[in-house]
Design a protein around this ligand. Structure first.
Ligand SMILES: Cc1cc2nc3c(=O)[nH]c(=O)nc-3n(C[C@H](O)[C@H](O)[C@H](O)COP(=O)(O)O)c2cc1C
Length: 188
């Protein structure tokens, strides 16, 4: 199963359209996570996860941790907000620090940065922007997936002004290409 993680609150918006195009082109079972519906609180930076084997906060992220670990591949997507990922996507990223400590607990002798349960998993990255700022957005997401040691198969930044990206054949073709790359990585 491929998981799509959408950091836009607009379900008819461009980020969701890009992720859905990638998922469709990749083929096979896929699930979309709309972070706007996921009820994910902020990371408090307490680092209790490193000593307790998981995050103490019981919210939407609790159910998402195992889905991320079980996914065969992940498509990350965020709109560009002021030259960065959306707040929804940032909170999701921050809370995923606990992934490195899940099931470990304080007795275990682990490296400071925990485990990398997503290591090697194929990842695709998409971002939607009106005009300017997508490079930084893609870099933030790349650094995030890179820290997790995922296999980043490609990235797509889509500048569509205030238009609907579905009306941009070149961009939609690039999204489908990314899905094909993801499927290829899954077969390897
Ligand atoms: C809070 C906010 C900040 C934004 N900042 C930028 C920006 O820095 N540069 C830009 O070109 N567009 C910016 N936009 C426009 C969005 O990136 C653009 O409309 C994008 O396609 C939205 O994605 P969505 O359709 O998936 O919601 C911003 C929009 C919002 C709501």
């Amino acid at each position: 199963m491929i998981l799509g993680i959408c950091g836009s609150g607009r379900k008819e918006g461009n980020t969701g359209a890009l992720i859905e195009a990638v998922l469709a082109a990749a083929g096979g079972p896929a699930e979309m996570v709309w972070l706007i519906d996921a009820n994910i609180g902020y990371c408090t930076g307490c680092m209790r996860c490193a000593f307790e084997g998981g995050c103490w906060q019981q919210d939407g992220m609790s159910a998402l941790y195992p889905r991320l670990i079980d996914a065969e591949a992940i498509v990350y997507g965020s709109p560009c907000y002021y030259g960065n990922v959306s707040g929804l996507f940032k909170s999701f990223m921050d809370r995923s620090i606990a992934l490195g400590y899940m099931g470990i607990g304080k007795e275990a002798e682990i490296a400071m940065h925990g485990r990398k349960p997503l290591a090697g998993k194929p990842a695709a990255i998409v971002g939607a922007v009106a005009g300017h700022g997508i490079d930084a957005v893609l870099k933030v997401m790349e650094d995030y997936a890179g820290y997790a040691e995922m296999n980043i198969v490609g990235k797509l930044g889509a500048a569509a002004g205030m238009d609907d990206v579905r009306d941009k054949p070149d961009i939609m073709a690039a999204a489908r290409d990314l899905g094909v790359k993801l499927a290829r990585a899954l077969k390897q």
